[in-house]
Structures are given as structure tokens and as C-alpha cells.
Write a protein that binds this ligand. Sequence first.
Ligand SMILES: Cc1cc2nc3c(=O)[nH]c(=O)nc-3n(C[C@H](O)[C@H](O)[C@H](O)COP(=O)(O)O)c2cc1C
Length: 244
Amino acid sequence: MKSTRNRRRHCRDRVAAIQDPKPAIQNVPCVNFARTTKNITKIKRHFSRRAFMEWLKELRDGLDAEFGTGPRVVTLATVDLTGWPHARMVVCRRIDDDGTVYVVSDARSQKNMQVRARPAAEFCFWLPTRRTQFRVSGDIVPVAAHVPETAIDLESETTRVRREAWEKLSPTARALFAWPMPGEARVDDDAAFVKSNDATSAPDNFEVLLTAPRAVERLDLNTHPHRRRRWMLETEWVGVDLNP
Ligand SMILES: Cc1cc2nc3c(=O)[nH]c(=O)nc-3n(C[C@H](O)[C@H](O)[C@H](O)COP(=O)(O)O)c2cc1C
């Protein structure tokens, strides 16, 4: 439990952080940090009431059966400002008890810029062992390096989320965040692409993309006819069987 004095200091620093947001990287469209912090809290509160949803168990069990302790590879689709779709593989780092999906990504990458402008996204998991597809959609909230230095010791939620995700990465995976600007013309010097990175703290371009699912759909190919079920978050989560 924080002391009253600590709590007051926490509130004061939080307000200062909101009033004086510092973009992690110049020349990258800036996240609305105040909104981000608020959204993470909202996501947590919102989903904690529905911790044992039917779809969550099915999805997690399916991922365990498919990947075990290996990387949970999934397609992530986003849209750009013109409405053009972009799909790519990412690693699903974690799915919390409240359903929040975690991905790590470079703040300089296209996907991060896209979700800042248009947060709508869909993950598509294929679990061949179970012959089952899961589509999970919701808004992405990028967790950026935004906590001012004076507030770092407060271990805010954003700091914690980034720190824990960084600590779980291998030195090889950390190295990618030290590479030259993703998506730009190839730098003609392989030495710029370091193989390993032992940095213990995350660089400013390291971001965690959090998604609070709003709709989940499962398609099971094991039966005849196939079984398709959709869950949607209205005021409560509701599930409905659909024609495949
Ligand atoms: C198996 C696999 C896993 C990947 N995992 C990630 C990941 O976790 N995060 C990520 O940003 N990119 C990951 N990538 C790279 C992305 O697919 C993509 O090439 C990169 O993020 C740039 O995409 P963007 O320009 O749309 O942002 C992975 C690629 C593959 C093939």
C-alpha cells in the first residue's frame, strides 16, 4: 500500500506528465499519452469483470496445444489512413486473464503509425492441430516511452508494461530495436544491424501494443458442418452460433 504522501506525489506527477507529454521520438506521430494511460486503466477495469469468458479459455487452450512454450505467431491486420489494409505476422506475447492481447513492436514501424491514426485491428490465429481459426478484433493502444524522468520511480502502469515486456525478450529480439529505421531504403552496411543487444532498459522506440478484444470469432473445421461462433462485447459479452 502506498502512503498518503506517496499517493499525493503520484497524482501530482501523473498530472504533470499529462500536462507536459514528451514524445518518445521526434519525427514520429505522437501518441496521445494522456489517453493511452487512461485507456490501459479502462481496458483492465473493463475486462476484469469478464475474466472467464468462454472464448478466452478456448483460445488460450488452443494456443497452448498448438505452440506450447514456443512463439505464438499470429497475423495482425491494420488499416492505414486511406483505408488500405495491411497484414503481417507478429508474435502474440501474452493474453491476460482479462483478454488483453500483447504484441511488441517498433514505434517507427508502419503498423505503429497506422494504429495511432486508426486503432482498429484484427488478429487471425490458425491452429492447425485443432483445425481451428480464431479472429480477435479490437482497438490497439500503443504503450510508449512517455513517463517523464521525475515520475519513473513511481512505476506507473505504462512503465511496468514496457519493462516486463522488454525483460522477456531475448538479446536477439532486443537487437531489432537498435536497427536502422524499418521500411526505409536498405542501409548499405550490415554492421548497422547488430545481432544481439544486452541493454537492460528498453529504448524509446520499443512499444507494447495492447488490444482489448471487442469481438472474437472461432471457426472449427473438425465437424460437418463446420462450427462457427461469434462473441461480441455489447453491454455484456454475448455469443451466437453462425452459419460457417
Ligand atoms: C514469424 C514472424 C514473427 C514476427 N513477429 C513480429 C513481432 O512480434 N512484432 C513486430 O513488430 N514484427 C514482427 N514480425 C515482422 C512483421 O511481420 C513485419 O515485417 C514488421 O513488423 C514490419 O511491418 P509494418 O511495416 O507493417 O509495421 C514478424 C515476422 C515474422 C515472419
